[in-house]
Ligand binder design. Structure first.
Ligand code: 5GP
Ligand code: ZN
Length: 116
């Protein structure tokens, strides 16, 4: 989608530190990491948020989760990790392109909800 930051990152028009890519998803390191492991996984095709998905999106939704384990382990979280999908205003979503946060590291991530 024109003007979408994460569409531009997925297309390589804006630089990012790539962690993984396949036919459906692109993964890259968060620019402001909140934990030692902080990777974002996004659909290559623009989907605004989890509030906008339909049954046709099930393959890409599955892929977002399916790559999380591999990306967590490869990026320093071999003993567990947390996935978060902030959604819409109430969910505190800042970038309006669906993204899965993978958070982890050697120490526990912390409370389940801390972002206000
Ligand atoms: P949200 O609050 O929407 O769930 O998370 C958006 C995330 O995108 C934030 O953690 C923020 O640091 C990250 N982010 C925003 N802009 C950029 C960018 O240009 N590059 C990268 N790598 N991450 C970004
Ligand atoms: Zn987009």
């Amino acid at each position: 989608m024109d003007g979408c930051l994460f569409c531009k990152i997925a297309a390589g028009e804006i630089p990012s530190k790539k962690a993984y890519e396949d036919d459906l998803v692109y993964a890259f390191h968060d620019i402001h990491p909140l934990r030692p492991t902080h990777v974002l996984v996004i659909p290559k095709r623009h989907i605004a948020s989890l509030a906008q998905v339909s049954a046709a999106d099930e393959p890409v939704l599955g892929r977002l989760l399916a790559v999380a384990q591999k990306l967590a382990a490869e990026n320093g979280s071999t003993d567990g990790f947390r996935c978060i999908v902030n959604t819409g205003r109430i969910g505190g979503q800042e970038v309006p392109h669906l993204h899965l946060h993978i958070l982890g590291g050697p120490a526990p991530v912390g409370p389940m909800v801390e972002k206000i």
